[in-house]
Structure formats: C-alpha cells, structure tokens
Write a protein that binds this ligand. Structure first.
Ligand SMILES: NC(=O)c1ccc[n+]([C@@H]2O[C@H](COP(=O)([O-])OP(=O)(O)OC[C@H]3O[C@@H](n4cnc5c(N)ncnc54)[C@H](OP(=O)(O)O)[C@@H]3O)[C@@H](O)[C@H]2O)c1
Length: 429
C-alpha cells in the first residue's frame, strides 16, 4: 500500500482550488513517480458557504485556519491565503508543529523572509516557495539548486504579467495606459485596484526574493528601488520604437563590486533583446552567470493552474523529504551585502523635453548636460511651435548627475517641460 502524505490547504481561491484539483487529477502519476500519495485532508477558507468545485469532501473545510495547521491529519501545509497576516502567524505555527510549509506568498517572503527561514531552520522543516516568483515558471529551484555552484552576476526579468500586458497593448496598438488597463481589468489580468501591479510593488517583492537567492543576501522589499509604469505615455513608447527599443517594466538584481543593486522600473531595451519578445501577460527572467552565460526562463507568471504546478512540485519535494529525510536548499542567507541606493548607480537615460521653437535652444540644453558631465549619445527634434520637442539619449552617467541635470533642465526658460526620463538597459539596439 502506498504511503500517504496529508496536505492542509490554507486558502482555496485561484491557486488553492487549482492545487486541490491537480493533486486529485494527477494522484496516480504522482504516486508512480515518488511512491507517495498526496491527499488534501483539510482546507481553510473565509466563506464556508461558497461553492468551491474541488474534489474534496465538504467536511474537510473550516473557516479557522489554525485548525488546519494544528490538525494531526495534516503533514504538510500550503499557505495560499496571501498577505502578511494571518499568513505569517500560521506559517510560524506550522513550523512549531514540525510541519513543512509551501507558500506562493511573495509579499510574506519579501517582508519576513529572514525570520521565516530562520524558524524553518530551527524547527528543521522545509519552507518552499517556487510559486512566489514567476507563477508556473521554475525559477527558484534552478537558482538554488542547478546553479548552486555558479556565481550569478545579474538577474533581469519581466515578473509582472499585468504591466507586461498593458505595455504590450500600448506598444502594438498605440493604446493609452488607461485604455490598456481597462482592457486588462475586463480580461481578469488586473485587479479592480491595480496599484500593486501598476506601481511596481508586486514586482519589487519578487525582485527582493530573486536578489536574496541569487546573491545569498537578506534583501527585503524595502531595499528595492521602485518606479511603476503609471508615468509611461504612448508618446514614450512611440519614441522608444523610433530609436529601436521597446519599453518593459524590469526587475533587476545585480552584483556590483560586492554590493547588490535591486530595482524595479520601466526601461527601454533593444527591440531584438530576448526580453523584448516576451509579450502580453507572459513573464521571463534572464539569469546571467559568470561561467554559464545567459539563461532565459519564460512562461506563464500567474493564473491558478500554472501557479498550482509550482505549488504541487514543492509539495512533492516536501513530502519526499518528510518521508525519506533531508531538507531542501532555500534557507541560505549567509552574506550581509550592502544594497546600493539608486543614487549610487549609473546608467543610460532617455529624456523627452518639450521646448521652445527658437534659435539657441539646443545649445542651452547641451550646455546643461555638459555642466553635469552627462554626455549625449543621440538627439532628435520634432514638431514646431508649441509642439516642438527633443528626444535625447545619454551615454552612461551616474544617477546623481542625471537627476541634477534633469533639475537644471526644468529651470531653463527654453524648456517648457521635462516630460519623461526613462532608463535605457541592456545595451544598444
Ligand atoms: N493568482 C495567481 O495567479 C497567483 C500567482 C502567483 C502567486 N500567487 C499567490 O498565491 C496566493 C493566493 O493567491 P490567490 O490568487 O489564490 O488568492 P485568492 O483567490 O484571493 O484566494 C485566497 C484564499 O484564501 C482564503 N482566505 C483569505 N483570508 C483567509 C483567512 N483569514 N482565513 C481563511 N482563509 C482565508 C480565501 O477564502 P475565501 O475564498 O472564502 O475568500 C481564498 O480561498 C497569494 O499569496 C498570491 O500572491 C497567486
């Protein structure tokens, strides 16, 4: 008779319900592969009256999540509630009860990761979180295990499907941000309150997790420099296209002279860059290692079923470890590394300036750039009269100089508006 590992689900929403269905539908395959059956025995939800359409007996449900954690008929806990509390307290209680935890909760890990990993280590149980970044894309395990011997130089990715969908529509159809957002909401890609996606909070939590793993450093969401896409206009996108770039919301974690830079912001990348081809709600992460070179992992970064594949993979690993001994990688946060403030970074920028249409304008602007030692790589002028504008791309310059230069430009009487400043990443088109 095949041994059974009993799973308690905290949450039965998009992801929790898909996990329950997948464990049921794939039960035979899983048992064949690992010699264990995984069975959902308890589920916590808020609203017991709602029909869940999952192949689990009604008696398994409770509206008290602590009951799931404490139940002797639960061996492994999957935290699929989301948010910080009660998720954190429940995960800690599961560790205290000697139970491994699988979670999809990026916010929790990016805020309380160090404390949770320390508790998991102390209680000698697994804390697995493949689904927390990139939904169905295997990212955490490749970084933690397959690349355990490699030195990671940079991790750069599109980790928020909602903003990638919006930027794709703006690029391909010329939609405004408001139009593309309304469409994403109608299709269920964006929440009614889209702030977490649009302003980059979701991507920042994922960037913190990726940076922590890639650089063995306890990076938290508060360390991540964050700019969302709310200021990106259709004009920025068409200017980028004219220059051979596309605009993407990027999460970037890189090792810089022993320190770590972690940031989320819109960026222009060359239109032939691998990340430029990642369209609609797809996600992708480009990992650069010292010896392995560049690797790109791409796929569906959200959605119940794709995300459930990552959760179920983790549940299988936790079940194996529970029955056969051993712990998974994941708690190594060995090094204290300085997280560089954005002011200490350098990069290329693209300026969109609305200017007066009269002689001497270009000279005044070029002088402002020169005064701040920012050299200009290319410039074009368009329009006439009140429509006149300049698009300038700089060479690499440090952030402080660029900010001071933007301030100086705002003060020039020939500049009516510094309409946008967008970073340029990943080289020349
Ligand atoms: N959806 C995705 O595509 C995706 C992708 C990657 C990661 N994630 C992460 O996965 C987690 C779950 O996301 P989701 O989309 O499945 O969320 P969801 O659809 O809102 O489901 C949340 C579930 O948790 C239950 N719940 C909430 N608070 C509770 C409480 N205090 N006690 C008991 N049950 C409670 C809810 O109960 P009711 O059903 O009764 O309201 C619901 O079943 C989040 O951390 C999210 O960030 C989601």
């Amino acid at each position: 008779m095949t041994d059974t590992v009993r799973v308690g689900l905290l949450g039965c929403g998009n992801v929790g319900a898909a996990v329950a269905r997948m464990l049921h539908d794939h039960a035979e395959d899983i048992a064949l592969r690992i010699g264990l059956r995984l069975e959902v025995t308890r589920i916590a939800v808020r609203d017991l009256a709602r029909d869940r359409d999952v192949p689990v007996p009604a008696g398994a449900f409770t509206d008290d999540p602590a009951q799931v954690v404490d139940d002797h008929a639960v061996d492994v806990v999957a935290e699929l509630i989301g948010g910080l509390e009660p998720a954190r307290t429940l995960v800690m209680a599961a560790f205290d009860a000697g139970k491994p935890v699988v979670t999809a909760n990026k916010e929790l890990l990016a805020t309380h990761g160090a404390e949770l990993f320390e508790a998991a280590h102390r209680c000698d149980v697994d804390l697995l979180y493949e689904a927390s970044v990139g939904g169905g894309i295997p990212l955490i395990r490749p970084l933690l295990e397959s690349l355990a011997g490699e030195r990671i130089v940079r991790v750069m990715g599109i980790v928020n499907g909602t903003t990638n969908y919006i930027l794709t529509r703006m690029t391909e159809d010329g939609s405004s941000l408001a139009e593309a957002l309304a469409e994403a909401q109608a299709l269920g890609y964006a929440e009614a309150d889209p702030t977490a996606d649009i302003e980059g909070f979701d991507a920042a939590a994922k960037a913190a997790i990726l940076a922590s793993i890639a650089f063995d450093a306890p990076v938290v969401v508060g360390d991540v420099y964050r700019e969302g896409i709310s200021a990106v206009s259709a004009e920025d996108i068409s200017n980028a296209r004219r220059l051979g770039y596309v605009v993407k919301l990027l999460a970037i974690a890189e090792s810089v002279d022993g320190a770590v830079s972690v940031r989320v912001h819109p960026a222009m990348i060359p239109s032939d860059h691998p990340l430029a081809a990642v369209r609609m709600s797809f996600n992708a992460v480009l990992i650069e290692g010292e010896r392995v070179g560049e690797l790109m992992l791409t796929g569906r970064g959200a959605g119940g079923d794709p995300t459930a594949t990552s959760v179920v993979g983790d549940l299988i690993e936790a079940a194996r470890n529970l029955r056969h001994g051993g712990r998974s990688a994941g708690a190594a946060r060995a090094r204290e590394r300085r997280v560089l403030p954005i002011e200490e970074m350098a990069g290329q920028h693209c300026f969109l300036l609305r200017v007066d249409d009269r002689p001497g304008v270009l000279a005044a602007i070029a002088t402002a750039f020169a005064e701040h030692r920012v050299s200009i790589k290319s410039v074009w002028q368009d329009g006439a009269g009140l429509e006149a504008h300049l698009v300038l791309v700089t060479h690499r310059a440090d952030e402080r100089s660029l900010r001071a230069c933007a301030e100086r430009l705002r003060g020039l009487d020939v500049v009516r508006e510094v309409a946008s400043v967008i970073r340029v990443e990943a080289g020349e088109p």
